[in-house]
Design a protein around this ligand. Structure first.
Ligand SMILES: [Zn+2]
Length: 837
């Protein structure tokens, strides 16, 4: 990224975020279910590209039906998708969708992993994907995930043999999985990883096929299935009081940002797994057939299995505490096992069971939601045993600080113990924020320097309380992250992560400032205090040629949580120019330059994300005709705000208010993205819009998806127009001007090839591929190796006015401050005002 700042920014550092959910004590049948999982020693890994690609039916079946450790490796965090529930896009959407995946896994019982690959947006084929991703690095992360999780079986969501038939990320995920299956066990592949983990050979690799990949159910029916497993995953689980499909639907429904909320299903359900590598199981309904998944698979495991299988067999649902002596005995034996992998996993599971069967509740909660490095905070400790088992709470400490207590007190049945710890937060504690956003990455890759963090869904917490307990001579430590909890009258008790934040953060309300003339603008910066009584200075860094009046301003904020807005006057250079502005806050000798973004939704734990605070500044020499623009909102875009920035007066038109003649005061009317897909009322108002054009108006319709358009809106345009799925995803692809003399590329701004430089993410989507002769195609563009697409910008005279249909991604380019996109849009709004038509 071009980024020249007049003043040098201090190094930025962050770290840390994790979820805090209200702790739930399991019932006897849920404890029994955990015991069943404890006694199964098999592992499955599901691999795909995005959050929401995963087959939750299969993940839930493996986790709850087979009781296997089940992981989902999503190569990306889904940054390139859309957001149906809020404003988060790009990296922030990646954070939100990471949390949706974790919420899905809490429902279906799986674990979640990622690579460093960034979802950069739609990709037509895996070659392009793997070039943008840095194939070697992402492949290394898949190998790392396999070496770390050690799956017996791997299941790919997508087919590695059919590039071009689906999103390039999808095919790439399968190709990398196939390659990594062999490399994970190859000592010469990624040898650096082997200092931290060991090689691993999975036994089987499958492709989770379905009729969809065959084109139709009939074709799939006839397909050769000799190499396939057929699993009925429609199980009903009496222990859980629900069926596999119901769990799966609830898990999928966590992907609310993608509109995945759905009805639950019940009944039998087949899933097909095509074997790609390894040997075909004899029993084609058992994915683990022939693989030892009992305690015997580990040296010294047999004795543990004998104890724990007996507990499972004779489980006492009325009094699970009865099994504590056997669980403790198994725990002691497990500590002598040489296999560190299974020792760690099963020790954690056993500790949970020991707490579960005794109703043991341990909590460490901070007095407020956040503090700062060097700060001090009280942590309330609650410890209670709700059984007749004898146990002693020996010590409580927070390892990354000096906080500790030695109560050495027996926890008697249902008698609560409360303590208070004083937590001195070390001044070098890193801020709470997603680790993968700590350093600036590239278009296709996050930058993560610490190999141990790669793959983790979240940043490990800074502060965890460790409770050392004694159970009749057996010492066990329980770790509980420090959390913050509070009650809201309308929502009940809420838990959230305890966070470490800078004393103050600063943000711009507009991330792109367009200077369409030479005049200076007042730039507001909002400072938010994350501590009481802060005093400091703020300075605004800016690009070459830009000027700020007043170098530094002082500020004071009395209360944590309060905000203050400071104004700087910024003057643009004479000529066209792009730059960035960024504030530096100086408080108590410490500099920060961060913006704090909080992501809060009811289905997810709150997330704090610290990002570099900056805004793009663009000096444009743009000409325009007309002033009054009407905007009919569609699925949501920021185009109106962008047009206001270059001096248009934009009014939002509610579809219900459209009537004969109601639009005549507008110089142009713009229809927001996918409006005809999502605003049903437009069906009844379309003739008024076309009448407006007939009488001399300009109507600009931005992209809609095919389908509903055809069914409901035969008269969407004044002349026939057919939408297709044609898109141009390479934002650097060459754009040719077809209608060189047309006012759209000449008035009032002359558009040249350089106006298509510096675009973001893509050129456009859902271009029409057929149109009536009345339309003039203005531009031609295409992705590498494809035929020319001429439907991106179409204009037709209708009556006295002009109708424009465009699939160009103005909704991405304008908010990103792309100068050429502004000029082209200004020309569309100015059409018919040059006196020539
Ligand atoms: Zn996907």
């Amino acid at each position: 990224m071009r980024h020249f700042l007049v003043c040098l920014l201090g190094m930025f550092s962050f770290v840390n975020t994790t979820f805090a959910q209200k702790p739930v004590q399991p019932s006897s049948s849920e404890i029994y279910h955990s015991l069943q999982k404890l006694n199964f020693l098999g592992t499955a890994l599901y691999v795909a590209a995005h959050p929401d690609d995963e087959n939750t039916r299969l993940i839930s079946y493996l986790s709850n039906g087979i009781h296997a450790r089940t992981g989902y490796l999503s190569l990306t965090r889904g940054d390139g998708g859309q957001n149906l529930i809020g404003p988060e896009l790009r990296e922030l959407l990646g954070v939100l969708r990471t949390e949706e995946l974790l919420a899905a896994r809490r429902v279906d019982g799986g674990e979640q992993f990622f690579t460093r690959a960034n979802d950069f947006g739609y990709s037509k084929n895996p070659d392009e994907t793997l070039e943008i991703w840095n194939k070697e690095a992402v492949l290394g992360d898949v190998v790392w995930a396999i070496r770390h999780f050690k799956p017996d079986v791997i299941i790919d969501r997508f087919d590695h043999r059919s590039p071009g038939t689906t999103h390039g990320h999808h095919t790439a995920s399968a190709m990398l999985s196939v390659e990594a299956f062999d490399l994970a066990n190859d000592k010469s592949a990624y040898p650096d990883q082997l200092e931290l983990t060991a090689t691993w050979q999975p036994k089987r690799l499958f492709f989770n096929t379905s009729w969809w990949f065959y084109g139709s159910e009939e074709k799939f029916e006839k397909a050769d299935k000799s190499n396939m497993l057929d699993l009925d995953v429609g199980n009903y689980y009496p222990v859980l009081g629900t069926s596999n499909n119901e769990i799966a639907a609830l898990a999928s429904s966590q992907h609310l940002s993608q509109g995945f909320g759905r009805l639950s299903e019940r009944g039998a359900q087949d899933e097909y797994l095509e074997l790609l590598k390894g040997n075909l199981p004899k029993d084609k309904t058992d994915i683990f057939d022939g693989i030892d998944t009992s305690w015997s698979r580990i040296d010294g495991g047999e004795a543990i299995g004998t104890i724990l299988n007996a507990v499972e067999k004779n489980f006492d649902f009325e009094n699970p505490t009865k099994h504590l002596p056997q669980l403790l005995e198994a725990y002691v034996l497990l500590q002598n096992i040489q296999d560190d992998h299974w020792k760690k996993i099963k020790s954690e599971a056993l500790k949970d069971l020991i707490a579960d069967v005794t109703g043991l509740y341990l909590e460490a909660s901070s007095e407020s939601a956040s503090t700062n490095p060097g700060g001090q905070i009280k942590v309330a400790i609650e410890a209670i045993n709700r059984s007749d088992a004898s146990m002693v709470l020996k010590t409580i400490r927070i390892p990354s600080s000096d906080a500790s207590l030695n109560p050495n007190i027996p926890l008697k049945n249902n008698t609560k113990q409360n303590f208070e710890l004083l937590l001195n937060v070390p001044s070098d504690t890193e801020y709470t924020s997603p680790y993968w956003l700590k350093e600036k990455g590239s278009l296709g890759m996050y930058k993560v320097s610490d190999q141990q963090l790669i793959g983790k869904p979240e940043t490990p917490r800074a502060f965890t309380a460790e409770f050392e307990m004694d159970f009749n001579g057996t010492t066990i430590s329980f770790e509980k992250p420090v959390i913050y909890h509070y009650a809201k009258p309308e929502k009940g008790e809420l838990y959230q992560p305890f966070e470490v934040l800078p004393k103050a953060t600063a943000s711009f309300s507009d991330k792109v400032l367009i200077f369409a003339d030479g005049k200076a603008k007042q730039v507001p910066i909002t400072i938010e205090a994350n501590a009481d009584n802060i005093k400091g200075e703020i300075q605004l860094c800016h690009g070459d040629g830009w000027k700020v009046d007043g170098d530094t301003q002082a500020f004071e904020i009395a209360k944590k949580g309060d905000k203050k807005t400071i104004f700087f006057t910024l003057s643009p250079p004479e000529n066209e120019s792009e730059g960035y502005i960024s504030p530096i806050l100086k408080i108590d000798g410490k500099e920060t330059t961060k913006e704090l973004v909080t992501i809060a939704y009811d289905h997810l734990p709150n997330q704090s994300v610290l990002l570099p605070s900056e805004a793009k500044t663009v000096r444009l020499n743009i000409r325009k005709a007309g002033e009054q623009i009407g905007y009919i909102s569609g699925a949501g875009d920021e185009v109106p705000e962008s047009l206001r920035q270059i001096g248009y007066s934009v009014r939002t038109i509610s579809p219900s208010s459209i009537s004969a003649g109601s639009l005549k005061s507008y110089d142009a009317v713009v229809v927001g993205i996918r409006a005809y897909n999502v605003v049903d009322e437009l069906k009844f108002k379309q003739h008024f819009l076309l009448d407006y054009v007939k009488n001399g108006g300009t109507l600009i319709v931005q992209y809609n998806t095919a389908g509903r358009w055809d069914e409901q809106f035969e008269n969407i345009a004044p002349y026939p127009l057919t939408l297709s799925r044609d898109r141009v995803t390479d934002e650097n692809s060459e754009v040719k001007i077809l209608a060189k003399e047309h006012p759209l590329v000449n008035y009032p701004n002359v558009i040249t090839a350089s106006d298509f430089d510096g675009w973001v993410q893509e050129r456009g989507l859902y271009f029409p591929n057929e149109w009536a002769k009345e339309f003039t195609p203005v531009l031609s563009m295409n992705d590498n190796g494809e035929s020319a697409k001429e439907g991106s910008l179409l204009i037709a005279k209708y009556g006295k006015g002009n109708y424009i249909y465009t699939g160009i991604s103005f909704f991405r380019e304008l908010p990103a401050g792309v100068p050429g996109a502004y000029k082209l849009f200004a020309n569309m709004l100015s059409v018919g005002k040059d006196g020539s038509q």
